[in-house]
Design a protein around this ligand. Structure first.
Ligand code: NAP
Length: 352
């Protein structure tokens, strides 16, 4: 193992998010997967037998015969990515952090803990510093917990951050059209979603409204102070496989026009781009000028699924400006952002 390689594990490796971790970590330049863990049902089996693989690339060779472990400390790795079911993620993740593992999670359980960073590296990389306080407060030595937001919040905040920095955002009204893969497998019954739109996703609106304020908030004196923005979310499930589309209206502190907003979004870069992190998209926000973009099928894979795409920028007669943002919900919206978080945390000294 080279100097630069860090051993990582995946908790919930057999699930929808876990499979994406296994797929995306294949050939990662810094991280080598040395442990896969899931429930009692899977433990003891080779990964290829435990998993019902549903991605359109084959199970990577490294994972095929790796024996699935139980989700208990003792795994042969220094960092664990968690795609655990939220009914069990809370205490399992805390046990790993207490046992000196870095825990980088997708699950909702610890997102709003006031000593846990809720991170999207292009939005609030500086919030990772709260890990120092978390370690002191919880008595963790080398371990910690870091989280990423809900998938729809990631797309929204990546578009809002460049706008907030340049113009200030007072109010946000967002309506989502969310893909089926966000509901896991088997997810929504086919007879409920064919020829249909479901105007309800359990807890989703509440998550978007709360998590956005923490992400756009400021870190100071061991505290994250929420942004003063007002956010109203309406979330819908639509008949799309991958890619969340969100229609957003914003009220700004400083007024601007279509060109001003497009320029702020198109030119935005942040710490992942400056550091050249392996998973960082060159342009976190791709701006399209065509009148009928972005579309999930065409735009979700922009920059390998790590960029969000914004289009239809125009004035809003109710607030100030409106636009459409699209993001790949299981790459940028889940495992991809978690991997980028781990890369960021490594460069910031939290994995030494
Ligand atoms: P899933 O497909 O149902 O997978 C759940 C995983 O948890 C499986 O590997 C399962 O193992 C494991 N598990 C279940 N019960 C367990 C137990 N008692 N002990 C240990 N492991 C257990 O779920 P998913 O769709 O991947 O979602 C996983 C998590 O990610 C959820 O918390 C979800 O809310 C979150 N999520 C986040 C995002 C995001 O951050 N943007 C997006 C999607 C999902 P077995 O196969 O052995 O049962």
């Amino acid at each position: 193992m080279s100097m630069n390689e860090l051993k990582v594990g995946v908790l919930g490796a057999t699930g929808a998010v876990g499979q994406r971790f296994v797929q995306l970590l294949h050939n990662h330049p810094w991280f080598r997967v040395s442990a896969l863990a899931a429930s009692e049902r899977s433990a003891g089996k080779p990964y290829r037998e435990a998993v019902t693989w549903r991605l359109d690339t084959p199970i990577p060779g490294f994972a095929q015969d790796l024996q699935v472990s139980r989700c208990e400390p003792g795994l042969d790795c220094d960092l664990v990515f968690s795609g655990l079911d939220s009914s069990v993620a809370g205490p399992i993740e805390a046990a790993f952090a207490a046992a000196d593992y870095a825990v980088v999670s997708n699950s909702k359980n610890h997102r709003m803990d006031d000593d846990v960073p809720l991170l999207v590296p292009e939005v609030n990389a500086d919030h990772c510093r709260i890990i120092d306080y978390q370690r002191k407060r919880r008595g963790y030595d080398r371990g910690f917990i870091a989280t990423n937001p809900n998938c729809s919040t990631i797309g929204l905040t990546m578009a809002l951050k460049p706008i907030a920095d340049r113009f200030g955002v007072r109010k946000v009204a967002v309506t989502t059209m969310q893909a089926l893969s966000g509901a896991g497998y088997p997810g929504v019954p086919s007879l409920e979603i064919l020829d249909n739109v479901l105007p309800f996703i359990n807890e989703e609106e509440d998550k978007m409204e709360r998590e956005t304020l923490k992400l756009l908030g400021t870190f100071q004196d061991n505290r994250i102070r929420n942004a003063q923005t007002v956010v109203s979310a309406q979330c819908n499930r639509v008949h799309v496989q991958d890619g969340h589309t969100e229609c957003v209206s914003v009220e700004l502190e400083t007024k601007t026009d279509k060109e001003g907003l497009a320029e702020a979004l198109r030119t935005y870069t942040a710490m992942p781009q400056e550091l050249g992190l392996p998973f960082a998209p060159r342009h976190p926000v791709v701006v399209r000028d065509e009148p009928d973009r972005p579309q999930p099928r065409i735009d979700r894979d922009a920059e390998d699924g790590m960029a969000v795409t914004v289009g239809r920028i125009r004035p809003c007669p109710v607030l100030d400006m409106k636009f459409v943002v699209l993001s790949h919900n299981t790459i940028r919206g889940a495992a991809g952002t978690a991997i980028l978080n781990a890369e960021l945390l490594r460069t910031q000294g939290y994995l030494d």
